[in-house]
Design a protein around this ligand. Structure first.
Ligand SMILES: *Cc1c(COP(=O)(O)O)cnc(C)c1O
Length: 326
């Protein structure tokens, strides 16, 4: 499977290169060249598959022969090692609980899978990688936890001082070993700016191999599509039309849902729920994309003024609705 850059369809790399690099050299995001539907047999036997078996079938679809089946299963067994239960609220309303991982954020799925996959690709090289990540709370905790003691990888987490919860600060700053936390006097946007500046600093890049663990990395999105299938499997009465409402910030979760739909999961509709930072809502309703400085709200993981996955969403919408002009 090749991955192209959303800035240039002719710039293509392997899955290994896409996950290790994070961002393409032309600043585009990596996208799978094709997203094949899962076989009808797998879809009709979903109920008889375990979460890990589902994860295996989906990741094979994205990774193909770049990781042998046994090694892929080992990665899945150690990363997707907690459940994603669907809880029934009322006759037509269910909630998917994504907080059963070690840091209580749904980002554990992506961070753990990505960490173990990178470790796999680096294991026989003396290539050292530094992951630089900005966080408003959830991402930093999940990434720090996911990469703790992963050989060959150092993680530097930048967080805005006084603006993340006490628990999250402890989750990020108490791990030690290959995890370094840096408290930044400023906002999340300031942290993000430092990361972006580092990524375009040629001198720095010539000295260390930098990579990203924000949801621009395709390695975080693939595992997020696992739980769409897993939750669909658990919903009773699947002859009803199923709608997923997805709390959205950088649109990684929504992108993973669109991957699932492309793979044949019969999702009728998505609701991308935003807070006051409704850039995506406006984009969907009138087709014009107008990023702006994020507004601070109580749901700070959704306070994003320029969602990083927008380029992927545009390409996916064109794949799903070929006539669409966006
Ligand atoms: C990360 C996060 C979001 C936003 O998810 P995206 O994939 O960035 O759209 C929403 N809610 C919570 C609790 C989060 O941790």
């Amino acid at each position: 499977m090749k991955y192209y850059s959303t800035n240039n369809k002719n710039y293509k790399v392997s899955f290994k290169e896409a996950i290790l690099k994070g961002l393409a050299d032309d600043k585009g995001l990596f996208m799978p060249e094709t997203i094949n539907p899962l076989s009808k047999a797998i879809l009709s036997y979903l109920q008889s598959l375990s979460f890990q078996e589902i994860a295996f079938e989906i990741s094979k679809n994205f990774i193909e022969d770049e990781i042998p089946p046994n090694d892929l299963m080992t990665i899945i067994e150690s990363s997707i090692s907690f459940e994603a239960p669907v809880v029934k609220l009322s006759d037509q309303l269910n909630i998917l609980e994504l907080f059963h991982g070690p840091t209580l954020a749904f980002k554990d799925f992506g961070a753990r899978f990505m960490a173990r996959t990178m470790e796999y690709f680096l294991k026989d090289s003396n290539h050292e990688l530094t992951i630089l990540v900005a966080t408003s709370g959830d991402t930093g905790s999940a990434v720090a936890n996911g990469f703790l003691n992963v050989k060959g990888i150092n993680v530097i987490v930048l967080y805005p001082g006084g603006k993340i919860s006490k628990i999250q600060e402890k989750q990020i700053t108490t791990l030690g070993n290959n995890i370094t936390a840096v408290e930044v006097e400023g906002t999340f946007d300031d942290c993000q700016r430092i990361v972006k500046t580092a990524f375009v600093d040629e001198e720095l890049k010539s000295k260390i191999n930098l990579s990203s663990a924000n949801s621009i990395n395709i390695g975080r999105l693939i595992p997020q599509s696992f739980y769409y299938f897993e939750s669909f499997k658990q919903i009773e009465n699947t002859n009803r039309k199923i709608v997923y409402s997805v709390p959205s910030g950088n649109l990684g979760n929504l992108t993973a849902g669109l991957f699932a739909k492309k793979m044949g999961l019969p999702i009728h509709k998505f609701i991308a729920a935003t807070n006051a930072n409704d850039i995506f809502t406006k984009f969907i309703s009138n087709g014009s994309y107008e990023p702006r400085v994020s507004e601070i709200t109580l749901s700070n993981a959704m306070d994003v003024g320029d969602p990083s996955n927008i380029a992927r969403i545009r390409d996916l919408l064109k794949m799903i609705i070929p006539k669409l002009q966006m």
